[in-house]
Design a protein around this ligand. Structure first.
Ligand code: ZN
Ligand code: ZN
Length: 708
């Protein structure tokens, strides 16, 4: 056996040993789970039988209401000649195709919550029975209730747009103003911002705005929403969070005058927000500096908003202040806990610490010592960046940052004293590239495969200073955000094609180096411990897609033992009341929605998105008719423009057919505007039919009529 083979055999043996060591733990966890009292929900017979029976009884009425109103036929007589269309398909087929398409387009463009969302969860506040319009109309608020109203962040198709209102007798407090990144279903849309007319109407009632931490899903919408409140409403957050908000606001053409208040959560200060409400920030750990949970004290008891959090046994940051949380839980008792749901589906607990990630980054530097090291991670992972700086300094390497957000965040972290930087390690990008390869470390954005981020530009050669080469080692210190996997694979492919070494988190078996990332969110067992320790009277999952909220609620009932009627799975816009007797109920809704923005921060109308989806599927077809004012006849051959539909040069027969139709159609006078309108309608319908007959598609047909 040669040296290489020997090393490989050793590596495999080591891996097998690691696996064997882990096996008993996995087995043990499985056995413990088996012993758990997964009550009636999971017992024989499935879900609660009474509930199922009730739902069945409620069904016929719902069915009746859901019956579609009879389609009214638009039997408008089209003016102009009735031209016989040379088609083989019935018009009904085309109409059916158009209806299905329109349904698809609507479903794709409005995945966010509008109106009354379907929510028949057994935790929906109505024992699993769907909320109705009548119930909302007749809901009477209890004047002594504290109202908790999620404006965004609950049960959407991604995690983001987090924003919660807490209200008591006309005094309102806002917590977080986040954005949600749009997926590929929303062409040309970059992100979404919570939209609530109700919030606009109640602007004068807002007494304070609080931020848990500086991730974009919590502060991203500041530039759109904060300016409305001005300097009279204090804005509270930790030094790093306020620094990040200020940075974002400084990018506005008109920087608003705001009343920022920096909070040090370790002081346990009670901040009076209004006559009846006060707040206390609690230091917790996550994947960003200055992270907090927030306690709002109300006349009906304290409410805990967990914010985003994870447990860490050996943190780089100051350990989380769980003692303070437990103290409040034991002395005052939480009337309600809102707990984030992101990783509720991940079993177990965090297996390693941020230090392990740091050690493994060092290992990469040792194993690939002769080349450049390019490390890609989230720009808000300030502690991870600190690890890179430390490991690099120990090995005499220099570090440069690439990417707008990366440089921004490091600056804010330095100012907020959230990062320790060793001497003489950081260099500018343009200077570091002049050093020998074995001294170069670059920390950049692009770990999610974003097309415009630094990493991709380094692959394509579009980056000003660096082109990836075969001696480079690229490290992905991140996990894919669900949905981003194909883009990341694209980036990895590009890097491998250049001959570079790629090291990814969660692929330890390929290089024997890892873990290289630590999720910022607690796992299932962490949630069990957290909620058990804080024993809230009422429980409301937030910060998650619907399945996460539901699984979080199931955890609270089945494992922690909170009674079902004290758990609510709410949607954006639901009004949850915490009553003086410390029970909770859902009581009414406020209208909520989304504002869509493109990557130039310009608002995109939903109708535009729908058009884009339609065009992307079926294309666009424009016919331009030039007709004589006098005779109404065609003066010249109709111009035809096809975009994203058929390639005209290959479609002579079809185009000929349409031109023939148009000539026959325009053999009479069109004098009045009404005539022109009717002709347009008729041409649109007929041309669509001809195109559908030939291609099976119904592009957007736009007739243009010029009278000369
Ligand atoms: Zn976060
Ligand atoms: Zn978050």
């Amino acid at each position: 056996m040669n040296e290489k083979g020997k090393a490989e055999a050793e590596r495999r043996a080591k891996l097998l040993k690691m696996r064997a060591e882990r096996l008993p733990d996995i087995k043990k966890q499985f056995e413990e789970n088996q012993k758990r009292n997964f009550n009636a929900n999971f017992g024989p017979g499935g879900k609660d039988e009474k509930l199922v029976a009730k739902k069945k009884a409620a069904k016929p009425a719902a069915k009746k209401a859901a019956k579609p109103a009879k389609q009214q036929k638009a039997a408008k007589e089209a003016k102009g000649s009735d031209v016989k269309l040379l088609v083989n398909t019935r018009k009904g087929e085309m109409v059916h195709h158009q209806r299905m398409l329109s349904q698809d387009v609507n479903a794709q463009a409005t995945q966010h919550i509008i109106g009354i969302p379907v929510n028949k969860s057994r935790y929906n506040g109505f024992k699993g029975v769907q909320l109705t319009q009548t119930q909302i109309r007749t809901a009477r608020p209890d004047k002594d209730a504290v109202r908790i109203i999620p404006i965004g962040g609950l049960g959407e198709f991604g995690i983001g747009k987090n924003m919660t209102v807490i209200e008591y007798q006309g005094e309102m407090v806002l917590i977080d103003m986040g954005t949600l990144f749009a997926n590929a279903d929303y062409p040309g849309v970059n992100y979404m911002v919570p939209d609530s007319k109700w919030l606009d109407d109640n602007r004068d009632k807002v007494k304070a705005i609080l931020f848990t931490h500086a991730h974009l899903d919590h502060i991203g919408a500041c530039r759109h929403l904060l300016p409305f409140y001005g300097p009279t409403v204090p804005v509270y957050g930790t030094a790093f969070t306020i620094g990040m908000i200020k940075k974002q606001m400084s990018e506005l053409s008109e920087v608003p005058d705001m009343n920022y208040q920096i909070v040090n959560p370790l002081e346990h200060k009670e901040i009076k927000l209004s006559q009846h409400l006060s707040a206390e920030f609690i230091h917790t750990l996550h994947s960003i500096p200055g992270n907090t949970s927030i306690v709002i004290r109300t006349p009906n008891g304290p409410i805990l908003l967990s914010g985003d959090w994870r447990f860490e046994t050996n943190p780089m940051d100051t350990p989380a202040d769980y003692d303070r949380l437990r103290e409040i839980a034991d002395k005052e008792g939480f009337s309600l806990m809102l707990n984030e749901s992101t990783n509720i589906d991940v079993p177990g607990t965090h297996p390693h610490s941020e230090y392990d990630v740091g050690d493994n980054i060092g290992k990469v530097m040792d194993n690939y010592a002769t080349g450049r090291i390019i490390i890609s991670c989230f720009s808000s992972q300030v502690k991870r960046i600190e690890c890179v700086l430390r490991e690099a300094a120990e090995r005499g390497r220099k570090v440069a940052f690439a990417g707008f957000s990366m440089i921004n965040n490091v600056e804010v972290a330095l100012r907020a004293k959230s990062i320790k930087v060793p001497k003489d390690v950081i260099m500018k990008m343009e200077d570091i590239v002049k050093l020998p390869d074995d001294k170069v470390t670059i920390v950049c954005t692009g770990s999610q495969g974003e097309m415009n981020a630094v990493l991709n530009r380094m692959v394509t050669g579009a980056h000003r200073h660096i082109k990836v080469k075969a001696t480079d080692t690229i490290v992905f210190c991140s996990s894919p955000i669900p949905g981003n996997e194909p883009k990341i694979m694209g980036t990895v492919d590009g890097l491998l094609r250049e001959g570079a070494q790629v090291i990814q988190h969660n692929k330890t078996h390929l290089t024997n180096i890892g873990p290289l990332h630590l999720s910022g969110h607690a796992y299932y067992e962490d949630h069990v411990k957290f909620v058990t320790d804080l024993h809230p009277m009422n429980y409301m999952p937030y910060h998650g897609e619907f399945y996460m909220l539901e699984h979080n609620a199931e955890m609270a009932e089945n494992v922690v033992g909170i009674p079902r009627d004290r758990i609510i799975v709410a949607d954006d816009g639901d009004i949850v009341e915490l009553l003086p007797n410390k029970t909770i109920r859902k009581n009414g809704r406020i209208p909520v929605g989304n504002k869509l923005y493109d990557d130039a921060d310009q608002q995109v109308n939903e109708a535009v998105v729908k058009d884009r989806i339609h065009i992307s599927r079926e294309g666009i077809f424009v016919v331009i008719l030039t007709i004589s004012k006098k005779t109404g006849r065609l003066i010249k051959t109709p111009d035809i423009v096809s975009r994203a539909f058929i390639y005209l040069d290959n479609s002579e027969e079809l185009i000929g057919k349409i031109r023939h139709y148009l000539r026959a159609k325009t053999d009479h006078t069109v004098a009045s505007d009404d005539d022109v309108k009717a002709l347009k309608e008729s041409v649109k319908e007929d041309v669509t039919h001809i195109l559908y007959d030939a291609t099976g598609h119904t592009p957007i047909v736009i007739p243009v009529i010029n009278k000369v």
